[in-house]
Design a protein. Structure first.
Length: 114
């Protein structure tokens, strides 16, 4: 059984920074990629950033230049550094781990006030 535990969300003012963490535990093998997705009220879940096992990253245009994804393979942990946060970044942020199975975390709320 694989578990994803997210942390680091919260309420901040516009312009602030937050760092999300997602730690994967359990029987994990053959990681394809890990990533962060977000879902705002009334919207579909959308990709924010992904990182492959080899370290190749992909970042959504809406957050490019402000958000950075990184990982610690030894800890099966992925991070999302979010800088210059905007009210439009308000959403529930979900961690995703893809092996031969698709795993999702429970989500962590990020709220950015203007």
């Amino acid at each position: 059984q694989v578990q994803l535990v997210e942390s680091g969300g919260g309420l901040v003012q516009a312009g602030a920074s937050l760092r999300l963490s997602c730690a994967a535990s359990g029987s994990i093998s053959g990681i394809n990629f890990m990533g962060w997705y977000r879902q705002a009220p009334g919207n579909q879940r959308e990709p924010v950033a992904t990182i492959t096992s080899s370290g190749t990253t992909k970042v959504a245009d809406a957050v490019k230049g402000r958000f950075t994804i990184s990982k610690d393979s030894n800890k099966n942990t992925v991070y999302l550094q979010m800088n210059s946060l905007k009210p439009d970044d308000t959403a529930v942020y979900y961690c995703r781990l893809v092996t031969t199975v698709d795993y999702w975390g429970q989500g962590t709320q990020v709220t950015v006030s203007s």
